[in-house]
Design a protein around this ligand. Structure first.
Ligand code: C5P
Length: 223
């Protein structure tokens, strides 16, 4: 089997990673791995306050979790214990729980192994916070997307509205800002670009403009 081709897409909450990752996955006909969903689903399964459990209890609970990725493009399906993830994990509350668990080394190690296992057999657009720095540093195409906090909150607001989960824009600015600070400043795998990654500020760009730029960069690198 040919070596899987990996494109990494990192950046803060609300920057548009998921939308772009799905479009790229369709364009290049490869699978899409949403690693934020793995942290969210872990938090959803372990429950509120699990980040304060003692480490043996956390490790015991992690052993019961198994992630699989099937399908391709925007139809890629991430499952936990053979059950496809649902929109239940798509709230800022569950995201914050995920962010709390994401500070715990045992959780990161467990999900790192699961993510690399998936990347061993499947070509991927891998989306998250540490894809280019920690999980797939050898990937040929590594991107880091950023945008101003207010613009990211606005994009997340629209996304949640479309999902029928309306939110308050000021709450979103505060929640996303808090989560980012945590993600950027934690000791384990903080959110930052890979040294050899391509950084794109998307504040004043529309989604089509960013998509075209990403496709052009991937073609340049892989030709
Ligand atoms: O991407 P999403 O907003 O769904 O991620 C939820 C949380 O999971 C992030 O705020 C972050 O704390 C954590 N995460 C992470 N590393 C990743 C993906 C997500 O720490 N690769």
């Amino acid at each position: 089997m040919a070596t899987p081709f990996i494109i990494t897409l990192d950046g803060p909450a609300g920057v548009g990673k998921s939308t772009l990752a799905k479009r790229l996955a369709d364009h290049f006909e490869i699978a899409y791995l949403d690693t934020g969903a793995m942290f969210r689903a872990t938090a959803w399964k372990l429950g509120e306050g699990s980040w304060d459990w003692d480490i043996e209890k956390i490790e015991g609970a992690l052993k019961e979790l198994s992630f699989t990725l099937t399908g391709s493009g925007s139809d890629s399906v991430l499952s936990l214990n053979d059950v496809p993830l649902t929109s239940d994990i798509r709230t800022e509350t569950v995201a914050m729980w995920g962010s709390n668990l994401a500070m715990i080394p045992a959780v990161r190690t467990y999900l790192k192994i699961a993510q690399r296992e998936i990347g061993k057999t499947t070509s991927l657009i891998a989306e998250g916070r540490d894809m280019g720095t920690v999980i797939f540093p050898q990937a040929p195409c590594k991107f880091f997307l950023d945008a101003a906090l207010e613009e990211r909150a606005r994009r997340r607001f629209e996304q949640l509205e479309e999902m029928g989960k309306p939110a308050d824009i000021n709450d979103l600015i505060e929640q996303i800002g808090t989560r980012d600070d945590k993600d950027r400043n934690r000791k384990e795998a903080p959110l930052k670009p890979a040294d050899d990654g391509i950084i794109i500020d998307t504040t004043n760009l529309d989604i089509d403009g960013v998509f075209d730029r990403l496709v052009a960069e991937v073609k340049k690198i892989s030709s």
